[in-house]
Design a protein around this ligand. Structure first.
Ligand code: OGA
Ligand code: MN
Length: 287
């Protein structure tokens, strides 16, 4: 699709699987209702929107985020124990600001959907590139609707009513990060969600899995882990994945209700800084 008559920007699909790039919009400026509705339509059609050539301050990113819902708060603390502000920074820096392959969290390098350990998980996440490695440092997105639709019929029937426990504690364990603290566990007790989730806007079924999962309710742990892992492996096969190669100025906004995502450590993390502004939008109760 090119710029519609009377519209100053282009929305171009990045492929059949997902993704569209939007060029010619300045997200630092106030947007009118028509533009916001066009963005929302494109978001539901393409799941990942890439806004090119942006140069947003934190305040401007927060203002843009608020057009689409309420910004989330965060259980995760910085190494010095501070709560993350609504616009925070995804990075690979040590406390002195040097790049490292062992930043205080590497959770974002494992397949997940944001905040599925919340009773009401995230609708969308927005990342804005501030500093990028010369190459690599990609973000991968997997289409969990395709994952669901391509399951054998008998698997669909078997898993139709399964409920999955997600928790911050399990997430930290699954990713080999420092264990959740007592305070964090109190803040975010385990929650359960349907394994097969229905997207509230499109009505399409998706697989709701990823690194925040603990186990399937009422199923022995090893059987449960094997099933969750096999479903995650299935829906993250290359044929269901879009790889986002970041360009300077990109702001990427994605739908957590029908995608898994992860960062790719395909750059020299000890040498190059990778810094992005992040905001997250509250969603609704999965069903
Ligand atoms: C996130 C996330 C991936 C990346 O911000 O939620 O998972 O590429 N980021 O940094
Ligand atoms: Mn994430």
């Amino acid at each position: 699709m090119n710029a519609a008559p009377g519209r100053a920007y282009d929305i171009r699909p990045l492929g059949e699987l997902m993704g569209a790039e939007i060029e010619g919009l300045n997200l630092s400026e106030a947007l009118n209702a028509t533009t916001i509705n066009e963005i929302l339509d494109a978001f539901l059609d393409h799941h990942v929107l890439v806004f090119r050539n942006q140069n947003l301050t934190k305040d401007a990113q927060l203002a843009f985020t608020k057009y689409f819902g309420e910004p989330e708060d965060h259980v995760h603390r910085t190494p010095s124990g501070k709560i993350l502000p609504p616009v925070h920074i995804v990075n690979n820096l040590d406390p002195s600001g040097k790049p490292t392959s062992k930043p205080y969290t590497t959770g974002n390098y494992h397949w997940h959907t944001d905040k599925s350990y919340h009773a009401v998980p995230s609708l969308a996440t927005l990342l804005h590139a501030i500093e990028l490695p010369p190459a690599g440092g990609d973000t991968l997105f997997a289409n969990t609707r395709r994952g669901y639709e391509t399951l054998p019929e008998e698997t669909k029937q078997r898993i139709a009513n399964f409920r999955v426990v997600h928790s911050w504690e399990a997430s930290r364990r699954n990713t080999g990060n420092a264990p959740a603290t007592e305070a964090e566990i109190r803040d975010r007790p385990p929650v359960t969600h349907p394994l097969v989730r229905t997207h509230p806007s499109t009505g399409k079924k998706t697989l709701y899995v990823g690194m925040h999962t603990s186990h399937i309710e009422g199923m022995p742990e090893s059987e449960s882990r094997a099933l969750l892992d096999s479903l995650a492996t299935h829906t993250t096969k290359p044929e269901f994945v879009y790889t986002h190669n970041w360009r300077a100025g990109d702001l990427v906004m994605w739908d957590n209700r029908c995608l898994l995502h992860r960062a790719d450590a395909n750059y020299d993390m000890d040498k190059h800084r990778r810094i992005l502004y992040r905001t997250v939008i509250k969603g609704s109760l999965p069903f």
